[in-house]
Design a binder for this molecule. Structure first.
Ligand code: AKB
Length: 315
């Protein structure tokens, strides 16, 4: 059967690269990019685009009616830092956007739905090192709370209605094509831009704040591998732990100095994102993903840094 794929929230950091990857796998016309904002990236003329607000169920229904998608990726969300500035909007978008999509996927017999969760589902009482798939989860951001609740809804729709929903708990994603979306891990992207532009950067997270991160190439490949895996291999219907590379601002700066020896890193104190970072894991145990759908990251810190700097220099 030929696939028809909707990507909701296609203009964001993940969507920009996911649309390109899906279009090369399934053909440009079969991947419909949807966002509330006009696309401003290289693929804007490459395939269909629709203006869609995932909170507008009527418009969303018309899009499902028009395309009868076999797969839907729902990426529209408010992330951890912006979510704290507008908690009610973050809850509304992250929760009702998901429920709208799950209901329409059922109504229009969509075969598979993808919805991203995050390491933000963990909180101060979760184990920090190699955080397991199943453990205490007490998220203290509205983003984390909405992702945790969303995971439960995904599993619920799978168990009650047999909807094939798949999900990954993304760590901080590092990429150069599109700007990051207002998260706590965004320093790890800004640092590359500023290193090249100014030779210095002031990090809003402290020198020793270690967080789980991943290069976007790995994240896109892993996402598509999860969606391509046979349903019988998917043992987790909430969301999979997903590991890449873990580092602190000072370790990342040392790696950047191998390319830009004069690079200087300083720190901004009392940023509210520090408290969020302190409540998150330092590293992730992703053994379920490795076992179920053979997940294996390819980018370590050195390869990621090299690729980021090369591409940002060119762009
Ligand atoms: C954020 O920092 O909010 C995101 C995330 C880890 O989900 N990058």
């Amino acid at each position: 059967m030929s696939e028809k794929i909707l990507v909701l929230g296609s203009n964001g950091q993940i969507g920009t690269e996911l649309v390109t990857a899906l279009r090369s796998a399934y053909g440009n016309d079969n991947v419909v990019a949807c966002d509330i904002r006009r696309p401003d990236y290289e693929t804007k003329n490459a395939g269909p685009f629709e203006f869609v607000n995932v909170l507008d169920k009527e418009i969303l229904k018309e899009i499902f009616q028009k395309y009868k998608p076999s797969q839907v990726y729902l990426l529209a969300a408010l992330l951890s830092a912006t979510g704290e500035q507008n908690p009610k909007l973050a809850w509304d978008l992250n929760m009702n956007g998901l429920l709208n999509v799950l209901d329409l996927a059922l109504a229009f017999k969509t075969t598979k739905v993808y919805w991203p969760s995050s390491i933000a589902v963990f909180g101060p009482n979760s184990p920090k090192e190699r955080t397991p798939q199943y453990c205490t989860m007490d998220p203290n951001t509205v983003y984390g709370i909405s992702k945790m609740a969303g995971e439960r809804w995904c599993e619920y729709y799978y168990q009650k209605y047999n909807l094939d929903v798949r999900s990954i708990r993304y760590p901080g994603l590092i990429s150069w094509k599109a700007a990051p979306g207002g998260g706590t891990t965004d320093y790890a992207i800004h640092i590359f831009h500023e290193a090249l532009k100014k030779g210095s950067y002031s990090s809003f997270l402290s020198a020793t704040t270690e967080l789980p991160m991943m290069y976007m190439d790995d994240a896109i490949r892993g996402t598509i591998e999860l969606m391509d895996a046979p349903a019988k291999e998917i043992s987790i219907r909430s969301s999979y732990n997903f590991g890449g590379v873990n580092f602190t601002p000072e370790v990342l700066a040392a790696e950047i100095r191998k390319h830009i020896p004069e690079f200087k890193l300083s720190y901004t104190e009392n940023d509210p994102r520090q408290d969020i970072a302190n409540s998150w894991p330092k590293s992730i145990d992703d053994s379920f993903a490795r076992k179920d759908w053979l997940w294996k990251p390819e980018f370590d810190l050195a390869r990621m840094t090299d690729d980021m700097l090369k591409n940002l220099k060119k762009s």
